[in-house]
Design a protein around this ligand. Sequence first.
Ligand code: PLP
Length: 406
Amino acid sequence: MDYKASEHIQDLQHFGEFGGVNPSISDSSTYTFLSAKTMFDTFEGNTEGCYLYSRHSSPSNLYLGEAMAQLEGTESANVFASGMGAITAVILQLCDTGDHIVCSRTIYGGTYAFMKNFLKKFNITVSFVDITNLDVVKNAITPKTKMIYCEAVSNPLLEIANLGALSKMAKEHSMPLVVDNTFSPLTINAAQLGADIVVHSLTKFINGSSDCVAGAVCASTDFCLSLKDVNNGAGMLLGSTMDSLRAASILKNMRTLHIRIKKHSENASYLANKFEEDGLKVVYPGLASHPSHELMKAQMNHEYGFGGMLTLDVGTLDKANALMELMQQKKLGYLAVSLGFYKTLFSASGTSTSSEIPEEEQKQLGLSEGLIRFSIGLDNDIHTTYKAMRGCMEELGILAADSALA
Ligand code: PLP
């Protein structure tokens, strides 16, 4: 992969009103026009560079959108008030009543709930499939199918989607491949691998400071404009707009994304290898034992590593809860959902971010009750962190002191 996303982001230059090194923040909901005709033309979508109303767009949101387009190498990008705001806008923009979606069965619980429950209101049906089995995906496509939807690295099981093959399949059926790349910004360039529309929750790695929720859609200029259309745009009409002040602050954080991702990956890789040596049930795309390790290697940007997410299955929910509480007491991280923070975050997915998926289905997916999802932090001394985590596992009898599984 030779697309240099972070160089393109660094090359973006917008100066502030007084020559500041950061662009000025557009602190206005509405914009004046010198002529009434230009206002009318702007409503009709015929004027470039004119701002109308901040639910439609604002300079600050456009700057962040530009950076997101550079991240994925798409023509354009729109920003949203949350990842779910971005995802739901894309789905409702692409589907009409009676349509059908082929969707990976391992996805974020909120997306799953929207697909499974909310879309019933519109009589839109969804087939949840094993996205790693291309025959199953192909067989699920019907004449009513409007998109293939998946996560590049899935939440929480860390399954890897074969984006090249899925894109080819989507093209053969004249429909878009929509990819949520929240778990793997920079690590995987989903659009370069063939995704037509890439969605992100900026809440996670991209903003990286766990101080807001935010989202983005990276796609063609036509699709991004369609989302903003005053008559039919799901972004414009559902109103999940990002605030300009927030867009400016996310843009500033995004400039250090490349450094953070490398450190998240380095630390996660270290812990995953150590946990595996200890005989623990660890899943990490960087381990040769990961079922899609080779595919990950073929799709990833090697300089950023295998990402900051890993899972550890400690057997039972009671053990998982005890371990997370103890690790938090020992200041090794926070018992919290979400990801991409400087501090390690951990949660038992089955009873938190994937609790929308019924227990029976969780079992079928291989989402066991003792599975802890870790977003590994930016610890400066990961070896000390490892020793302390190991100590917690020994104290709880998850690991025997001689490092064999208890
Ligand atoms: N996509 C993935 C993979 C997620 O993990 C999440 C949230 O956890 C979302 C989307 C939703 O993003 P947000 O919480 O910003 O709406």
